[in-house]
Design a protein around this ligand. Sequence first.
Ligand SMILES: [Zn+2]
Length: 199
Amino acid sequence: MALPESITALIGALNRLPGIGPRSAERIALHLVQAEAGAARQLAEAILRARERIQFCSVCGALTETSPCDICSNPRRDGSLLCVVEQPVDILSVEKSGTFPGKYHVLGGRISPLDGIEPDDLRIAELEQRLTRESIREIVIALGTDVEGDATGYYLAKRLARPRLKITRIAHGLPAGTGLEFADELTLSRALEGRREMT
Ligand SMILES: [Zn+2]
């Protein structure tokens, strides 16, 4: 006996989400159709509400309900210090480490010719505009520690080089080949403290 079409469609939709394989998709779908109608509606509404309210911060590229975001519009954050990360979620990781007083800039990915991601696909031009508009003293490059993260870091250091601008990179010591989201808070705060100037 095949599953009814509406369940198959739900499984298909769940299966397209990151980290949810066919087995999990099936389990979640079967759970939802047997759960109280209220529970399913709550989930559907939470998804729609978040999707409608969340936008990208016009300055840093973070996910936010109000643009500019809380960090960009906070006068107590050190605007001369800018941490460059790959994805919005990386801001959370650095914030959790509790040691970074500056502001952020989200690139939106990393340079990856094999995947067809070129510098123009990233928010690098926006970063250059910020350098002319804001009085930024130091850029801290906090990208993943794999080959593409390294290559993107060096590309940025070269392209952003300007007199009186210090460009640093967080210290190695992050788990090799991983992104910031997998680093624990202590490791990340040490990596930030141990950042080195790029030449
Ligand atoms: Zn922002």
